[in-house]
Design a binder for this molecule. Sequence first.
Ligand code: ADP
Length: 465
Amino acid sequence: MWNYSFFDYTSKPTYLKYVTAFLLVAVVTVLKICLFSTVGGETPFLLYFAVIIFITRYYGSRPAIFASVLTSIAISYFSLSPQNGFRLSPNEALQIIVFLGECFFLASLSFLQDRASEKLDEHRRVFQILVEKSSDCIMMLKLDGEIVYNSPSVVGVTGYSAEDLLGKQLWSLLMPEEITNVKEKFYQIASHPEKSIQFLHQLKHKNGHVIWIDSTIINLMEEPLVKCLVLNFSNVTDRVVRERQMEDFIGIASHELKTPLTSLKAYTQVLEMRMKKENNATSTILVNKIDKQINRVMGMIFNLLDVTKLQSGIMNLNVSDFDFNDLVYEIVEGIQGSCDKHQIVTDLGPSAVIHGDRERIGQVVTNLISNAIKYSPDASSVSVTTAVEDSTLKIFVTDYGIGIPENEIRSVFGRFYRVQSVRESFQGLGLGLFISSQIVERHGGEMGVISKVNEGSTFWFSLPL
Ligand code: ADP
């Protein structure tokens, strides 16, 4: 049973290509012999040339060369006549040579085209294999969310077959409470060509289980070959479950540690007062040191609690109107009181009233000034300036310390991130900037840093007025 098309030279057995080439040349030769009495030796090359073009186009370069040789033999046969003693005239010989040259030129073009399309085919296969074997899933979606393509891994992740999914809306796979959220993101991207968005959401597996999915949607509507929204996703259920367990553990542990530590701090303060009354200088110093360590541990615990609150979305803001400069002076005074080495230089612009959580914004300012002091051990000052620009208040905290390497600047606002070079030499959890950036973001502001290694850093944040 022939299961390939007549013209499909890639699937035709090689010998058949040569047989077809031979037959075509033979048919044309017979035709010419039959018509010889009417048209004579006129247009000896035209029909043959058509045969060569046909073979070159559909069967490739080698059968074309074979047909060219056969054709030149046939043409020579027509050109030989008894009148000139069965010899080719120089003109006829030249015509045959030119004809052969044209055929070889055609064949070599075809050869080059074959090579190019083989290479193209190889690349296409490689990408096809990558898509098919990748554990990441790919879906192509229309602007209304209809699924038009699934990579094979989608079956493994969702449990649905490609046929189950094609033509369905993406939303039909989501948990009801997630639909609005995902639709919002989808339509946001649908109206912005070339934009992409990444988000975590849940999905209903065919077997009824709920799985966690990390998705990225990219708008490729303006890519002529794609003209779709492309969704890349992978199953991250194990990772999310582990993270949730870890967060629960941190939340519970820090909460349980907070109560005994608060009592411990109260007892140390009582003890310190007693030692002072008894003029016991050595013990006062020791108790003072214990108090400082307790403060450090409490600071860490409060940070961990803040992270769990942020993670579970239960960090409530206690909003009121307050004067920003007053807050900054208050914090600078407090920090300067316990810091002898650094002079905190303030240069505050016009005062502005902020509508926000005074304590939380104070926590951000404290974090930036404390970091500025901590990460500039050899410097003698840090500076704090504020400015109001276009209904936005900005505060800059500058130090002349160790700075941050350029490739790590973007990461310092990440959870638990600490710059590689400070991990051994400075203590910390890598949470202060993460919490600060979240607080600023929740007030509708922005946060950033400009830094140079060994020259210092300027951390800033802005708040809308
Ligand atoms: P921590 O200071 O507890 O490590 P932060 O979240 O406050 O955590 O800071 C994250 C990281 O950013 C720090 O570990 C440090 O590497 C870097 N960093 C923060 N502030 C500064 C600064 N002023 N100068 C240099 N590096 C800084």
